[in-house]
Design a protein around this ligand. Structure first.
Ligand SMILES: Cc1ncc(COP(=O)(O)O)c(C=O)c1O
Length: 445
């Protein structure tokens, strides 16, 4: 009888299992390219296993030691001379900043006419008025030349958004602000890791917000921070932050379970089960959600709320790999650009589109019809307040006021820049490769 060798048997069994899993993975992913958007999150199996350790050690979900550690790490990634306050989301961080700056009823905040509705909600919840600025057709950032005519004596802040990772013209914005008391708040929700004049975005204005929602550069499922180097503002923010409630224990336990459950979806051959579970969770309202955030001009309950210990733990692991994620995203962008260049399409003059890779198409609807069966084509931002389906005038936008932005709204598509599956990455490249020069739209006055 052969001598028993448990370690050897275990090794063989593990390696066989790994090969079977890899085979199934290959077969499944090849046939189901629509999985693309499920694999472009930055939470991977290592983060999930860190979360399991956290839960097994019975660490507190809400308040705890990791919050301070996370805020310090975040601060060091921007500027060690500043202060960071973590919130349930970037929109909440913005709300808190506006409050700390005493911006409220009757005040005006200038925003690019190319943002997400939740940004507008935060301004409206403060009782302030969003004023929309037109954008540039290449970087999709605020067109500084058109800013001066929007500034009035009610203007209290300008939201300098760095779209998809491309830094906006901060020098130009500063020149418009001049010696006035108008605050510059950098919206770095889409640009963690980007630099302007050699320094990280976020440390050039009076304050900044960042998002770590699951679709952003790094994911803590939901989350955002406010950053400032102004000690007076930091003091006011600290008070607001201390007063803010934590999300409930149940909501956070739910979020953790969702993350663990969601990791089932990372196993392609179990994907239909995971998908069914997620669908049931969604329809039954059992899945984790931030406090209801649909503008009725009334601030929702638990808004703004604080970030949690369990998310901070996840965030620490995410921040550790910021540079790796960034360089992977840059590689994707380079690949897309090379493909397009091979077809004679020059896509702008910047390679800083680290979060999403955008393109303007003459017939977006046809492109979406062709590909949406396989992959959710991104249309960030197909309106001045992406996601807003009501009458635009109720959120202060007048049609025709921002012609470049409106040109872009109806033509933009964008692709993820973070794929964990090589096969899906190749598939995305094939989609980009299907675009011909005559499909591409360019803005001209
Ligand atoms: C440009 C921009 N700023 C801010 C936010 C708010 O981020 P959060 O979802 O963390 O509130 C978003 C959300 O997508 C965004 O697109």
């Amino acid at each position: 009888m052969a001598a028993r060798n448990p370690e050897g048997t275990l090794r063989v069994a593990t390696s066989t299992l790994r090969k079977v899993v890899a085979g199934l993975d290959r077969a499944f992913v090849r046939r189901h390219p629509w999985l693309i958007h499920f694999f472009n999150e930055t939470v991977d199996h290592r983060d999930v296993s860190a979360l399991m350790h956290f839960l097994a050690a019975r660490k507190p979900l809400r308040d705890g030691e990791y919050l301070g550690q996370y805020e310090e790490m975040f601060r060091d990634a921007i500027d060690p001379a500043g202060r960071v306050f973590s919130f349930g989301s970037a929109r909440m961080a913005l709300y808190a900043l506006l409050e700390a700056m005493d911006i409220g009823r009757g005040d005006e905040v200038i925003v690019p006419a190319f943002t997400c509705e939740v940004v507008i909600h935060a301004i409206l919840y403060r009782g302030s008025r969003p004023v929309y600025a037109d954008i540039e057709p290449v970087t999709f950032n605020m067109d500084v030349a058109k800013l001066p005519r929007l500034v009035t004596r009610r203007t209290k802040a300008i939201l300098a958004q760095h779209t998809f990772g491309v830094p906006c013209d901060l020098d130009g914005i500063r020149a418009v602000v001049g010696a006035s008391r108008i605050k510059i708040i950098e919206d770095c929700a889409l640009a963690l890791g980007s630099r302007y004049r050699g320094r990280p975005v976020g440390c050039h204005g009076d304050a900044a917000i960042y998002s770590t929602d699951r679709t952003k550069m790094l994911s803590t499922v939901s989350g955002g921070v406010a950053f400032t180097r102004d000690p007076d503002l930091a003091r006011r923010l600290r008070d607001i932050h201390h007063r803010a409630p934590f999300l409930s224990h149940t909501a956070l336990a739910n979020m953790s379970m969702q993350l663990l459950g969601g990791s089932v979806c990372f196993w392609p051959y179990l994907y239909p089960i995971g998908w069914a579970a997620m669908a049931v969770g969604h329809t039954s309202g059992l899945l984790f959600r931030l406090p209801e955030d649909k503008v009725r001009f009334v601030t929702p309950v638990n808004y703004p709320c604080r970030f949690s210990n369990v998310q901070a733990w996840l965030g620490i692991h995410q921040l550790e790999k910021l540079q790796t994620v960034l360089s992977r995203r840059q590689t994707s962008v380079r690949r897309y650009r090379e493909i397009l260049a091979g077809r004679g399409i020059a896509n702008g003059d910047t390679s800083d589109f680290t979060l999403r890779f955008p393109l303007l198409l003459r017939d977006r609807r046809r492109f979406i019809r062709r590909w949406n069966r396989y992959f959710e084509v991104g249309t960030w931002f197909d309106g001045p307040a992406f996601g807003w389906t009501g009458d635009l005038s109720t959120i202060g936008y007048q049609m025709g006021s921002c012609p470049v932005a409106e040109f872009v709204h109806s033509r933009i598509v964008n692709f993820p820049t973070h794929q964990t599956r090589e096969r899906l990455e190749r598939y995305l490249c094939e989609i980009v490769d299907s675009i011909r020069p005559e499909d591409v739209a360019t803005y001209s006055d």
